[in-house]
Design a protein around this ligand. Sequence first.
Ligand SMILES: Nc1ncnc2c1ncn2[C@@H]1O[C@H](COP(=O)(O)OP(=O)(O)OP(=O)(O)O)[C@@H](O)[C@H]1O
Ligand SMILES: [Mg+2]
Length: 426
Amino acid sequence: MEVIRKMDEVYSDLLKYQTALEEQNNKLEESQQFIFGVLAAMSDILVVCDQTGTIEDVNQSLIELTGKTSAEWRGHPLVELFADDISRKQAELKFNGLQGQAIHDCEMQIRMANGSSMPVSVNCTARFNKKGKSVGMVITGRPVGELRRAYHALQEAHEALKRTQQQLVHSEKMASLGRLVAGVAHELNNPISFVLGNVHVLERYAGRLKEYLDAVHAGRSGIELAELREKLKIDRILGDIRPLIEGTIEGAERTRDIVDGLKRFSAIDREEECEFNLVEIIQRAVHWVTNITSESFQVEMDLPHFIPVLGSAAQIQQVIMNLVQNAVDATAEVKSPRLRIQAKIEKDKAVVEFRDNGSGILPENFPKIFDPFFTTKPVGKGTGLGLAISYGIVERHNGALFAANDAHDGGTIFVLNLPLYQSAKN
Ligand SMILES: Nc1ncnc2c1ncn2[C@@H]1O[C@H](COP(=O)(O)OP(=O)(O)OP(=O)(O)O)[C@@H](O)[C@H]1O
Ligand SMILES: [Mg+2]
């Protein structure tokens, strides 16, 4: 009985061991399957070698690349992987001397299934056993061709993008040049055509006057001369001459103003730089503009005594005069037209605000107000160059000029920033 009981115990122990063994076996199979799956899915090539450089195993990528099975590779020297003598020599040198240190991204040629070679970026690290003893190495490699192709594609896309950008910049430049030329042509066309028209009329009049004077000098009789005077409309000519000449002068002056504006716009007439008090310039600019405007236009100024700025005082005065003149024009229809000018020093810059209670700027016009020849004023009233020139001047002084609609008062706010003159501040 005792023996039978013992046998039963041993048998049940055996059964337990068998189940445990089966469980462990399953786990082992699972993890082997996992490792195999990972190795098979790798797109990089993988080679495992022993210490002498003999291949122990390879992955699916290398099998596909070289056309040899893992059984065919096993036991062969690693150098056989490489296609040319240089790569083989390199491999011998590198992998033989490998003692714990790794090799990174070394480009080598691998022999492919069809006999040709493929550049591969090779990495190699030493492999250790449980006790930390080096037992061989693991080599991985990524075909460089793919990287190169991706790199070339990227470079080409970048080049194409650069070309498109250059074209865009170029066509934008051409378009704005076109707008500028069209604007100049349009602006100049008017005064030049009436100057030309007037000169033609004067030429005709000169002919008739000469005819009349010839008759006077020829000593014709009073009656004859009176008839001739009537026929040649000499009296009308004499009345016309002055307005014709005045008109011609006005046209010529307008042409000169436009050219002046253009010259300033392109900064041909650049002046010497000097230190000046911005406050004085504001006061002078306001004085000049309000001198010739209606008395109802009120300017309220809140200014410190002294704001030192470096640059061209005349040009900055021109900027401020244009801002004040714009405010005068914008408030023409307003009952009590008003402009508030406030200047202050903020850190290292001067900030001047111009707030009017005029018409404000339509949202669709905001992006255009600094464009040359953009004007909403009637023909002959504004050239549309004022803000464009001002913008250029302020930029050359390393400052900024921008506009906003005044949400509280209605009207427009222009803000002018200019850097303070440093040495005067110390
Ligand atoms: N304070 C303002 N309020 C409302 N609109 C303004 C104001 N300042 C400028 N603008 C708008 O911006 C446009 C361009 O102004 P800019 O000073 O460049 O030219 P302009 O005044 O029309 O002509 P110019 O200054 O050559 O006589 C003006 O026609 C106007 O529509
Ligand atoms: Mg203006």
